[in-house]
Design a protein. Structure first.
Length: 482
């Protein structure tokens, strides 16, 4: 096999700097709608577009559809905690696949179950192993057990043990990388930031598609707020409902809140919404396919987010791609994306504070459109002509070219309205005008385009494989003679 220029020969003669065969291994995947499956799907697509061979190793589901380059292994239980399956990582077909095909790198996305199989395969077949830390597992366990089971001490110990077998560890944000180095004692040089990429089409949604969503949910003449979340306890949706009840009191005018997503707690959340008198304000839309979700972000005046278990918060970036500022509870992962007062608003987990933030934002929207009557029905956001130079570089670099603009309409009217005369005005005064927040949100989103993240992953993969080859040569030189 001929090597690319300056290439390094990897396992079984495969070249490092050219085409790679990559195994992405996960405990959950499509048709489950959740952050990790979305992250893996986008990474796989980005890598394939760069010319690499990718196989996703994922468990079997009753509702699954045939997907190219997805290896389905068996499951122990078809229904497990929170509606996910309990996978069977000991399925003999997994190892048979590795015996029959030579993989250059294994990228595993969970430290347990399939994570242990990934360690076994890495050691047996001498394949470099990398891992993405997606989930604060101790917070999930505490949430599902109502605080009865706590893993704050155990989880860092387990992660430290698991990651000793990994050549490199990814975190989706700087805050999560700091958790790995400071709490789990992972060597900083073995860690890097690899966020979830945002699909190009999310940036390509026109104003008419946003207007269509607003018409569909009766929000043509009022503010339109959005959340996209699994309807489960760990996502803190109940907190949003309690806060919205207070917003309804403070704001005193009609607004629409759309909750997209499904999950085990949806029925209870709908009941809570009725108890709070929000049946005319909050709509539970159920699941929206990932391919169809982008217009919802385009339609929204703001995106509300209260989860405290995220390592990144993919939906936050998707909201940015739709130029929707994010109003979120301050938590790890989210703090790395939302710049308070710049592209969104951060608050503590306090219903009164959060409600004041949302109400202040709505008041600020009214004031902005009153002060700039020529722009009362639109806000400018960046168009599809986004600079691509920043997408080929590291995702934390700033875009250096001026962007073209088109209009994202704010279709509700403010004529004749007066802002509430209370302390909310003071909070709004400390924030940028909402149009600037929307522009800043969009700009932040462009740094996380899918193709940029895939390029970054390839850079890390190449470094890991090259280091692995170098280490093998060093070990050979150290072998005693004879």
């Amino acid at each position: 096999m001929a090597l690319a220029k300056d290439g390094v020969r990897g396992r079984n003669g495969r070249k490092v700097c050219g085409k790679m065969r990559i195994a992405l291994m996960t405990n959950n995947y499509k048709p489950i709608v959740a952050g990790v499956p979305v992250s893996i799907e986008r990474l796989a697509r980005g890598l394939e577009e760069l010319g690499h061979e990718v196989t996703v190793f994922a468990p079997t589901y009753r509702e699954q559809q045939d997907m190219e380059n997805v290896f389905r292994y068996s499951t122990f239980l078809k229904r497990f905690i929170g509606g996910i399956v309990l996978p069977n990582p000991f399925d003999a077909r997994i190892e048979r696949e590795f015996r029959e095909h030579s993989y250059d790198i294994i990228h595993v996305h969970h430290p347990m179950l399939i994570g242990r199989m990934a360690v076994h395969l890495s050691r047996k077949y001498h394949i470099p192993l990398v891992f993405t830390y997606h989930t604060r597992y101790e917070q999930y366990v505490r949430s599902y057990t109502k605080g009865i089971v706590r893993m704050e001490r155990f989880m860092p110990l387990y992660l430290r043990s698991f990651m000793r077998h990994c050549s490199f560890v990814f975190a989706p944000t700087e805050g999560m990388r700091k958790y790995l180095t400071d709490t789990c004692n992972i060597q900083p040089e073995k860690t890097g930031i690899l966020p979830t990429g945002i699909e190009k089409k999310n940036f390509d949604i026109g104003p008419e598609e946003g207007r269509r969503i607003r018409r569909q949910y009766g929000a043509e003449n009022m503010p339109f707020l959005l959340t996209v979340s699994r309807m489960a306890n760990e996502k803190n949706v109940r907190f949003l409902l309690d806060s919205l009840a207070r917003v309804k009191e403070l704001y005193g005018k009609p607004f629409r809140m759309l909750m997209v997503g499904d999950g085990p707690d949806r029925e209870g959340l709908e009941r809570r919404s009725r108890e709070l008198g929000l049946e005319d304000t909050v709509i539970f839309a159920g699941t929206v396919r990932n391919e169809e979700i982008a217009p919802y972000f385009k339609a929204a005046d703001a995106f509300l987010f209260a989860s405290k278990t995220e390592t990144q918060g993919i939906v936050v970036l998707e909201a940015f791609a739709g130029a929707a500022p994010v109003i979120a509870v301050r938590a790890s992962g989210v703090e790395d994306l939302v710049d308070d007062g710049v592209n969104g608003i951060l608050t503590e987990e306090d219903t009164q504070e959060y409600a004041q933030a949302v109400t202040g934002y709505l008041v600020g929207m009214e004031r902005d459109t009153q002060e700039y009557p020529a722009e009362a029905e639109k806000r400018s956001v960046h168009s599809n002509s986004t600079c691509m130079k920043c997408c080929a570089a590291e995702t934390d670099t700033a875009c250096e070219e001026t962007q073209g603009c088109d209009d994202k309409e704010t279709v509700w009217k403010t004529e004749g309205r007066k802002s509430p005369d209370n302390v909310l005005e003071n909070r709004a005064d400390r924030k940028l005008p909402y149009r600037e927040m929307a522009d800043n949100a969009y700009q932040k989103g462009t740094l996380y385009r899918e193709e940029a993240v895939a390029l970054k992953a390839v850079h890390y993969y190449n470094s890991v494989i090259a280091e692995n080859v170098t280490q093998k040569k060093r070990n050979i030189r150290l072998l005693p003679a004879g």
